[in-house]
Design a binder for this molecule. Sequence first.
Ligand code: GDP
Length: 304
Amino acid sequence: MIVLSGGTGTPKLLRGLRLLMPDEEITVIVNTAEDIMISGNLVSPDVDTVLYLFSGQLDDTKWWGVKNDTFHTFQALKKMGLDEKLMIGDMDRAAHIFRTALMRNGMLLTEATEQLSLALGIKARILPMCDEKVDTMINTPQGLMHFQDFWVGAHGEPDVLDVRIKSIGRAKPTEEVLEALDAEENVIIGPSNPITSIGPILALKGMRKILSRKKVIAVSPIIGDSPVSGPAGKLMLASGFPISSRGVAECYGDILDTLVIDESDTANEKEFPVEAIRFDTMMTSVKKSEALAENILKLFRDIG
Ligand code: GDP
């Protein structure tokens, strides 16, 4: 099974999926457009979250960082006058140092992620979407800002004029991503931000064409007229899509076979450009994650 992932909603689904199939059978293609250097180390927020999920270290109260982490380095730097953009825990930072050390010695992000997976005892295949550096930039009346400056620095408050993925035109899916897609029929697009998490993956050269030949089931991160969490609504509107599950369907378009929407969503699915089906998608417990994953696996069997 291949899963396209951002950082919060999709890992919730992955925790259910891994109860139904061995980790070895799961490949996750992860957004890297929110990656950022912090004090000399490369932070890859979505890749890190997926790594920590599969290594059993994820803080699943925040859905980022390592559970029970300490913040000694962050606090020490702050005392010295260096206030880092992201509050990075000590264990989390160790992974960033490891990654960056490998990359300084010539490894690509994909190879460094594989080494991190090995070091953390992970059996699933975790693949950054590309090895080129791409950056999601949010265009606001105050100017263009990196996604992290918008979401963490400015608490997502500025108005959004549009969203740009810098350098995406030069980025391509890695060989590893292409080989994984070649070997697998079924793809899940998890409930992640359609604009800033899944958007960059779909914008990679040739990606939509490849996916249009696969069986693709997506889960809507929008229920009713708002996202479960995060800035997806504001960013969808600025990108020309209504904030609704129908907006998600329009955003993904013809690569989808089915869009899973929440059972409480009152949208008229007859108006959707793709088939929509209702399940309980609020993954507030491991059991609920597993039930949703099971329903999705059944859907793949039904599509045949
Ligand atoms: P960001 O938080 O918007 O930057 O992006 P992420 O890619 O990390 O994805 C978070 C998305 O997951 C948000 O749009 C949420 O609405 C969605 N989400 C989080 N938890 C759930 C859940 O339990 N069910 C569903 N359907 N969506 C969820």
